[in-house]
Design a protein around this ligand. Structure first.
Ligand SMILES: [Zn+2]
Length: 230
């Protein structure tokens, strides 16, 4: 039996502050709030933000210290609107929209669009599964391989992880890639995929799973094809 009385690091405390702020206000805090709350000079606060971006907790607007993404939260309007706990949030992508259910452990409703034709797509997640998918053939499409996601996460999240109303609309879209280079998933599959990455986001101890843990997780879900090799 081990006990730990380690105090959280500044990075951990700032990360949690950002995510709690997003959860409460549906928008991120600004640098000045971090400076005030944590008693930091501007360069120190900016340094922490850059570290959190490096560790893949947030993405900043290029060339600034402004928080654009705190996965799954988006600071700006997107086609992935999520209603939960009486609030309206924007997610960064289709995957992130579904991940709100893993993060909040409460029922959510997603209002989104077909990336091809802009038809409305509505998905409700409850108790770890999709309770409603409308239209029923709607899919989540990941147009890049996992090994490419972090080459430019803002582009990946903003442009390549989307909903389609049906496989036919995927195939008709400019985004459609050869099957071995992309993934088409159900909302339930995307939920399961996201659990280890998102479930503890609102706790101080959150850490991103390592690459071996992610490989084991993909395999446990039967995602073993070439696309899932990371
Ligand atoms: Zn469509």
């Amino acid at each position: 039996m081990t006990t730990t009385d380690t105090q959280p690091t500044l990075d951990q405390r700032v990360r949690l502050f950002i995510f709690e702020h997003f959860a409460e206000h549906a928008s991120p805090p600004v640098v000045e709030q971090l400076m005030t709350w944590f008693d930091l000079a501007r360069p120190e606060a900016v340094n922490v933000l850059n570290g959190l971006a490096e560790a893949r907790h947030v993405a900043l607007v290029k060339g600034t210290a402004r928080i654009l993404m705190g996965f799954p939260f988006s600071a700006i309007a997107t086609p992935f609107r999520v209603l939960a706990n009486g609030r309206t949030y924007f997610a960064n992508c289709a995957w992130d929209a579904i991940a709100f259910h893993a993060m909040l452990s409460t029922e959510i409703a997603i209002d989104s669009f077909c990336h091809h034709c802009a038809a409305p797509i509505r998905i409700e997640m409850r108790d770890g599964r999709a309770a409603r998918v409308d239209p029923p053939e709607a899919i989540v499409y990941l147009a890049l391989r996992p090994t490419q996601w972090w080459e430019d996460i803002i582009t990946t999240c903003s442009n390549t992880m989307v909903f389609f109303a049906s496989p036919e609309h995927r195939d008709a879209s400019d985004l459609s890639a050869p099957p071995e280079e992309a993934a088409s998933l159900t909302p339930d599959e995307v939920y399961a995929l996201g659990v280890p990455l998102y479930a503890d986001k609102l706790s101080m101890d959150y850490r991103r799973p390592g690459i071996d843990e992610l490989r084991a997780h993909f395999a446990s879900l039967g995602l073993t094809g070439p696309y899932w090799q990371i």
